[in-house]
Write a protein that binds this ligand. Structure first.
Ligand SMILES: [Zn+2]
Length: 312
């Protein structure tokens, strides 16, 4: 009996130590970039970028990146980004929608247990409140189809949702992580494909309006069809909308991946995420003028003008 007790205790302790180790710091190695110029862009006058904060989630730095502390409470932003362009205005992700409670109830219990959520005003309502008819949007470009990036789509009926073919398949394939996307009525998916045109070391890209001002690149791993959007404004200001490649800026700055528990819960391919983090970290070191915007980093999002204010 005693022996069984001590064997169990030993197993429990080694399990606890192993779990604790998965939260310990472990820096990724940014791959050196080939000699490379900042890509050319000719953003037209009238182009601008605004943030639409739709709510937030409170969690811990330890759950966002390896080496983060449990005592370090972090606000996770839920922010949609409006990019206006004479050829068409695009919304990048939606953040929380008006049916947040319903969408939250569809998430894994562990996710609900490790965070607290607060609801703001859906992006579509913020646009309408300032005289911008959301139906005028040329599309909603989603960085990926997780619930907190698509929850607000139900207030944007008829607006096409631009997704990669891989993400469209991911939604159609079932699974908890895309249940909210499938539950939305009148979801008008508009799958697109990338061209074999390199961009900042990514082998493929899609230059949406042909002027280099908005360029999407595939960044699979968090989900099969995750993308990063590189935005260049007329002022020369540059941004990278990273989606959930990392959850907090330290993910790129250190760089560091999510801890095992979070990776297991949310990423489909940890190795691909790791490779993309290392690559984006290398871009960040080489071109520090590109502002890195992890979708949930509240500090990075707070630095953006809130609609109707806009960076140009
Ligand atoms: Zn996600």
């Amino acid at each position: 009996m005693k022996r069984v007790f001590f064997s169990l205790l030993f197993l429990l302790l080694t399990g606890a130590v192993a779990l604790a180790w998965t939260f310990s710091p472990a820096l990724l190695d940014p791959a050196p970039l080939q000699a490379m110029e900042l890509p050319r862009a000719t953003p037209p006058a009238g182009m601008s970028l605004s943030a639409l904060p739709t709510g937030s989630m409170k969690s811990r730095a330890a759950l966002a990146y390896r080496g983060g502390r449990f005592s370090d409470e972090r606000e996770f932003a839920m922010t949609a980004i409006l990019v206006r362009h004479p050829r068409g205005d695009l919304l990048f992700d939606t953040g929380f929608g008006r049916r947040l409670e319903q969408h939250l109830a569809m998430q894994p219990a562990l996710m609900r247990a490790t965070a607290t959520f607060s609801k703001g005003t859906p992006a579509a309502e913020q646009l309408a409140a300032h005289g911008f008819d959301p139906a005028r949007l040329a599309g909603v470009v989603i960085t990926h189809a997780h619930w907190d990036h698509v929850s607000g789509l139900d207030s944007l009926p008829g607006v096409p949702v631009w997704v990669t073919a891989a993400e469209s398949d991911f939604i159609a394939g079932g699974g908890d992580m895309t249940s909210v996307a499938r539950s939305l009525d009148r979801l008008e998916l508009k799958p697109y494909r990338f061209a074999d045109r390199p961009y900042l070391g990514f082998t493929q890209s899609l230059d949406i309006w042909g002027d280099g001002s908005i360029v999407l690149v595939p960044a699979a791993g968090h989900t099969p069809g995750s993308v990063i959007a590189f935005i260049t404004l007329p002022s020369g200001a540059r941004y990278a909308l990273l989606g959930d490649l990392v959850w907090q800026a330290e993910g790129i700055d250190l760089p560091a991946e999510r801890p095992w528990l979070a990776r297991t819960l949310v990423d489909v391919d940890a190795q691909a995420v790791r490779a993309n983090i290392a690559h984006v970290a290398a871009i960040h070191r080489r071109f520090p003028q590109i502002r890195m915007l992890p979708a949930h980093d509240a500090r990075a999002m707070a630095a953006l003008p809130v609609f109707p204010a806009a960076a140009q």
